[in-house]
Each structure stands twice: as C-alpha cells, then as structure tokens.
Design a binder for this molecule. Structure first.
Ligand SMILES: [Zn+2]
Length: 330
C-alpha cells in the first residue's frame, strides 16, 4: 500500500485526484488514462472500479461480495472492452453492445463502470458511436478509456473526458516494489527496474513470465541481425511485423529503449541505461552513429509506433525505420 491507501505503486497525484473525487462524490462520467503500455493504466482503472463497487469500510476492502466479484471478473456492473483479436480494432458492434448494457440500471449498487482498454484502436465509427454516450451518459455510469496517448484520439472524445496522464515511475521505486512486494532478489530487481522503463506493469509481468526477458533478448538479437542485413531482408521483416501489430508493438518497444540508450551515450549523458546488460554494444553503436543519427532513429521508432497505434500505413512506417543507413555492430 502507498500512503494513499490504494494498493498502487507510485502515481500518487492521480490516485489523490481520484480519491478526492470519490470522497466528494464528484466523479466525472468519463476518464481518459494515458501513458505507455504497462505503466499502470488498467491497474488504476480496476482499482477505481473496486473502490466504487466496494461495500466495505475502507474501500477497496477486498473482502466484501462486490470486491470478490470484481476480483473474479464476475461483477455484473463492470464492463470490459478491448479491441477484437481478429481485426485488432475496437468496433462499432462492441460499442453498441456496451451501450445496451449501460442503458440498464445497475444490478448491485449505484454504478456501472466501463473500462475501454486500447481505445486508440477504436475505429472511427466506433469512436463516433461512443461520443453519444460521452455526451449524454446515464447518471450512474463511469467510463474509463485507456490509451497510450490522447493525441491519437478524436479531439471530441478527449474533450469530454478528464484526462489523467500516468508517467513512467522512477526505477528506484520499481526496484523497491519488486523486492518488497514480489520477493525478487536485489540484483534481478535492479535489472528489471531498468528494463521496465518505469512501467510497473511490465516489471511485474517480467517477474511472473520469464519468457518476457527471453523474448526481449530475441528482439535485440533480431535487431543486431537486421543491422547487418540487406535492405530487401529488412523489408521482409517490416512486412512480417506489419501483419502482427501486437508483435510489432513489442518489437518497437524494445527498439525504442535501445535507440534511446544509444542516443544518451552518443550525447555523453551519464544517466542510467534502460539496457545496462548490453552496454558494450550500445557504446560501439553510439560511437559510430553520433547523437544526431541516434536521435533520428529514436524519432523514427516513435513515428513507426504511432502509425501502428493509429493503424495508418504501419508497413510504410516500419520500412522507413528499417531503411535507415545503419552501422554494423561487429
Ligand atoms: Zn469491498
């Protein structure tokens, strides 16, 4: 527990804001939580839902019936929406279903809460359909939209939400939380805290799923191989990535942290690296690329990520990224 009493690591400002709104019964009907994947948006959204449904003394108590129903994923007034796995998009059909459910008064308490995860992948008709609900929400409804950025969403949607931006946490906070709450030994906690880039959710996933680190290792090896590969091979990789947006997101995540480290080193910064275990390789690249090229690669990686999130020409953006004149490491 942090000082706020909600079981959340960091993000005190956001938690405080929501707690005051709950205490005064002055909640907005719609929130938009932004921040990088794994930073804690879903955890915060779920905690707010638990607080709103809880029938205990100090909310969320974790023991009452509503708390237990939320924990088991069976609370009848809590609605989860995420992009369809087939199309990778949130569709108008999903929004209409949600609207039908939200139109009914709550089953158990005073509220219905809807959490819309990955809202940046709502297609335009779905986003427009949701606007109606945001304009005239049922009095008992609280909608929580989750998206990495607000600028990839319709401005009309954003303007009807209270936007809460979650920023990456300091590595020291994550390290401590991993040691104290998850029993991770100090050395591993330190490495994971750095690799997490300030994202607690990512760090916890890495503790629970050892394949996450192996996958990261694989992505970095692929990147090393691509640095030496002819253009035609790089484009083949780009095409493959563009077909699997989830994979591409994971790859770009790792690459972004990689090029940021190169940029830091090329600029002579002394700050902690996100990939301290690859320091030697990073140093070599930094020396060959220089700060300007490194920062161009950071920008290109971010631009590719943005195209992917907006689903606008992701393949083209990935090709642009991979067409860079990259130096060989070895
Ligand atoms: Zn409770």
């Amino acid at each position: 527990m942090n000082e706020t009493g909600w079981d959340i690591v960091g993000h005190e400002w956001a938690v405080g804001l929501l707690q005051r709104a709950v205490a005064r019964d002055e909640l907005f009907h719609a929130y938009l939580f932004t921040g990088p994947p794994g930073v804690g948006k879903s955890t915060l959204a779920l905690t707010l839902a638990r607080v709103l449904f809880c029938a205990g003394e100090s909310r969320p108590c974790g023991n009452c019936q509503p708390c237990r129903l939320v924990a088991s994923g069976n609370h009848p007034d809590l609605h989860f929406l995420s992009p369809e796995s087939r199309s990778g998009q949130m569709t108008i059909g999903q929004i209409r279903d949600l609207q039908r459910q939200l139109a009914l008064t709550p089953n158990m308490g005073r509220r219905r809460v809807a959490i819309l995860e990955g809202f940046e992948r709502a297609n335009p008709s779905a986003a427009n359909a949701l606007l109606k609900t945001l304009e005239e929400p049922p009095p008992y409804a609280v909608l929580i939209l989750l998206s990495p950025d607000s600028d990839v969403l319709l401005p009309t949607v954003v303007s009807r939400c209270q936007v809460i931006s979650l920023r990456p946490l300091p590595a020291s906070l994550i390290r401590r939380a991993l040691e104290e709450r998850h029993g991770v030994d100090p050395e591993r906690a330190r490495l994971l805290a750095h690799l997490s880039g300030g994202r607690m959710g990512w760090a916890v996933r890495a503790v629970q799923d050892s394949t996450l680190l192996q996958r990261r290792q694989r992505r970095l090896e692929e990147l090393s191989a691509l640095l030496q590969a002819p253009l035609v091979e790089r484009f083949r990789y780009a095409a493959q990535m563009a077909r699997d947006t989830e994979l591409a997101g994971e790859v770009l995540d790792v690459w972004a942290s990689w090029w940021r480290d190169v940029m830091l080193l090329a600029g002579g910064a002394k700050g902690p690296l996100t990939n301290p275990d690859r320091g030697e390789e990073l140093e070599k690249l930094a020396a060959r690329l220089g700060p300007r090229a490194a920062s161009a690669l950071v920008d290109a990686t971010q631009a590719a990520g943005e195209c992917l999130r907006r689903n606008v020409n992701p393949r083209l953006a990935l090709e642009v990224l991979l067409a860079f004149d990259l130096p060989r490491i070895s």
